[in-house]
Ligand binder design. Sequence first.
Ligand SMILES: [Cu+2]
Length: 176
Amino acid sequence: MSGFGAGFICVTLILCMVVPGLATVYTVGDSSGWTLGADYTTWASDKTFEVGDSLVFNYDSSHTVDEVSASDYKACTSANAITTDTSGKTTIDLKTAGTHYFICGVMSHCAGGMKLAVTVGTGSTTNPSKTPTTTTPSSQTPKVGTTPTVTRSDSITLSPLVALVITFVAFCLLSV
Ligand SMILES: [Cu+2]
């Protein structure tokens, strides 16, 4: 009887730990939303974006959300926009690694600060199939006879979570 209960609690705990690590939804500009007068470079500066995360732009009908190329971002032009939306609530799923650029397409708004660049890293916890940019550490020369150290930072950030999960699984097996 109690075995079922303990097992259920363990599975629930593991899910609770793992699931929040999968994807994060970022509200651009937080409570300010997507508007003139906000500083999106500062907003993005303390955040880490991963593949699988998403951005939500909240704005009124005087703005748009256009995803543009790097050069168009610098030039503040949305003439060649990759995507554009005027719905007032735009959700962008960050599906690929690299830098994604967003501007407001209304004249002079981009120059006025409505521009956002987010650098997306490859998701470390999941999405092993989506790793378009894998940089091989060519500078490293593991010629010494010792065991090669793990050079991928992804594995390092993942390990505490894995350790926790393993601990919980071991705990479950012992208690059931
Ligand atoms: Cu605007």
